[in-house]
Design a protein around this ligand. Structure first.
Ligand SMILES: NC(=O)c1ccc[n+]([C@@H]2O[C@H](COP(=O)([O-])OP(=O)(O)OC[C@H]3O[C@@H](n4cnc5c(N)ncnc54)[C@H](O)[C@@H]3O)[C@@H](O)[C@H]2O)c1
Ligand SMILES: C[C@]12CC(=O)[C@H]3[C@@H](CCC4=CC(=O)CC[C@@]43C)[C@@H]1CC[C@@H]2C(=O)CO
Length: 255
């Protein structure tokens, strides 16, 4: 299905990104895993075989992403699909009245910097390489897929920074799709609900069980492979563009 396709996945050493990289390989494609130098990206790529490579990056760094794109060209000669999964979670109330403390501004800045600015940094740079592809019969040169969160719409107590960062990803999706439309590059965002990944497992198990029970159907956390299946569908369907797709079992988060 993806024979000849070259993908780049940020946050590809863990969770949703790792599942996406695994699916691309399984479907016959090649993939560059971009993740922090401290992440097990090299081992992840090695386990996936010769059709996978690792590029250590911080998504907020122009230099790192340019180096990753050079690695992509050196190893695989092109780029067709970029998937932005890199992200961090944070939680704190806008004002902690018990401690008489406002939300830490550096925490807000860092959350937005990684999740929003980092995502845009990758988009603005991968677009140049994807744009060099010859268009297919439909005029398409490639696809960029981003990861927001249902927190962009249902932001719970303590998620001001996370919700703002993810709402920004949602908000820029259509604008970027329009910017890149003449070059035949589609841009779609996935807003996952609750998925069992290392990020989620930062929560204590009882809290995870409580969250699982809150999902109308299926009443469980999503499997990372189910996120990757939506990535596959987006790549395959040329009519998906400029939209954010919730992937949440019809969950609507309570405050
Ligand atoms: N797991 C969920 O339930 C859930 C729900 C909604 C949205 N999301 C979003 O999905 C994406 C993937 O989350 P996950 O659950 O797989 O988390 P995860 O923590 O398992 O994976 C995130 C990856 O991003 C990498 N990363 C973090 N900061 C980075 C940076 N500055 N540069 C490069 N890489 C960086 C981490 O090293 C990690 O490998 C995130 O954007 C997250 O906000 C997750
Ligand atoms: C981001 C998300 C919701 C959260 O706020 C938690 C996070 C898992 C790690 C956490 C541990 C905590 O002690 C505070 C909350 C949180 C930051 C969750 C992973 C996915 C959740 C999400 O995006 C909901 O759409």
């Amino acid at each position: 299905m993806f024979k000849g396709l070259v993908g780049l996945v940020t946050g590809g050493a863990s969770g949703l990104g790792k599942a996406t990289a695994e699916l691309i390989i399984k479907q016959g494609g090649r993939v560059v895993i971009c993740d922090l130098p401290s992440a097990p990206g090299a081992n992840t790529a090695k386990a996936l075989g010769e059709n996978a490579a690792f590029a250590p990056v911080d998504v907020t760094s122009e230099k790192d992403i340019k180096n990753a794109l050079q690695t992509t060209v050196d190893k695989f000669g092109r780029l067709d699909v970029a998937v932005n999964c890199a992200g961090i979670a944070s939680a704190a109330r806008t004002y902690n009245f018990k401690k008489d403390q406002p939300f830490d501004l550096e925490l807000f800045r860092t959350t937005v910097e990684v999740n929003l600015v980092g995502t845009f940094n990758v988009i603005r740079l991968v677009a140049g390489l994807i744009g060099k592809n010859a268009p297919n019969a439909d005029g398409q040169r490639g696809v960029i897929i981003n990861t927001a969160s249902i927190a962009a719409f249902d932001g719970q107590i303590g998620q001001a920074a996370y919700a703002a960062s993810k709402a920004g990803v949602v908000g820029m999706t259509l604008a970027i799709a329009r910017d890149l439309s003449k070059q035949g590059i589609r841009v779609v965002t996935i807003a996952p609900g609750l998925f069992r990944t290392p990020m989620m497992e930062l929560l204590p198990e009882p809290a995870i069980k409580q969250l699982e029970a809150s999902v109308p159907f299926p009443p469980r956390l999503g499997h990372p492979h189910e996120y990757a299946l939506l990535v596959q569908s987006i790549i395959q369907n040329p009519m998906l563009n400029g939209e954010t797709i919730r992937l949440d079992g019809s969950l609507r988060m309570q405050p």
